[in-house]
Design a protein around this ligand. Sequence first.
Ligand SMILES: [Zn+2]
Length: 358
Amino acid sequence: MTSRYLPHGAFFRDLTQAVDGYFDETKKTRQATAAMWFKTAFILSWFVGSWAVLVFAASTWWQALLAAVSLGLAMAGIGFNIQHDGGHRATSDAQGWNKAMALTLDVLGGSSYIWHWKHNVQHHTTPNVVGHDSDIDIEPFVRLSPDQAWRPAHRYQHLYTWFLYALLAMKWHFVDDFKDVITGRIGKRAFPRPRGADLVAFIGGKAFFFTWAFVIPLFFHPVWQVLLGYVVTSVVVSLALGLTFQAAHCVEGAAFPSGEGEREWAVHQVMTSIDFAPGHPFWTWYLGGLNYQLEHHLFPRVCHVHYPALAPLVRAVCEKHGVKYQVMPSVPFALASHGRWLAQMGRAPEAAAVAAAA
Ligand SMILES: [Zn+2]
């Protein structure tokens, strides 16, 4: 734990006791259940099936469009459900399985090595802290925190930011990972460049991705069709991933703390994460429990299939300690709240201060 936080206190102790008690009583492990392994197999088959239909079977434009959208949703599904848990070492007690699940990101064209530093180290340790959490760094184009500099163009960010989110995967595939390795920095923070087996996985993953995404399809289709299929698929992946993460951290009510040593780690996690659509059967299944973002941030080493059962326990501890537990009722509500947050952050700071005082 960094010195950014006060030592763990009674709040964290009670949270841990409640969650330990749940697993003791139910005799469940914290890792993947049979349903989780079935889901893993299902989503991986969905991914391979969509790709095969897109490359080998689709013969009309609308068949190709449907297959590309399906492929994009399956890829995002792998990210939400399989790679994310594996990357957090929450899938299994056996580190080999966690590693294998984490490597699904390399299959999708991202680097699991860089993701570890960006997500586990930067984002999870210091969510919503400017200069530390690169997930909120879309500067200078988008202002997501009051601590970021305001620019006049931000007045329109609630209109244009959605289009930027659509480019996320393309930027990842062609720019970010390569740039990060070359510069040795993710966002504003340095990280150790991949070496040895990590470097092999980085290069091998990129080669594998470019082979299935471009080289094999080019044997069967003209260049423009392959590029168009890639763009449609990437836009779907990007919007699914980008909006899910923003809907849980960059919404009205989420905090963007800047001071150090003012609160304990667990309080910071709860202040900066907001659940949405709890109990919704489809979103809870598809989003890999990321609609239970608050529980995820408190217990990232617990497989996401357990979050719905943990949520009421976490909520009760928050209420006991007077820590605000926030939840939004639905996906449309969360997206609208993100839009309002963009608009709020896009106002000139003087205008925002006047509006707040009125
Ligand atoms: Zn996470």
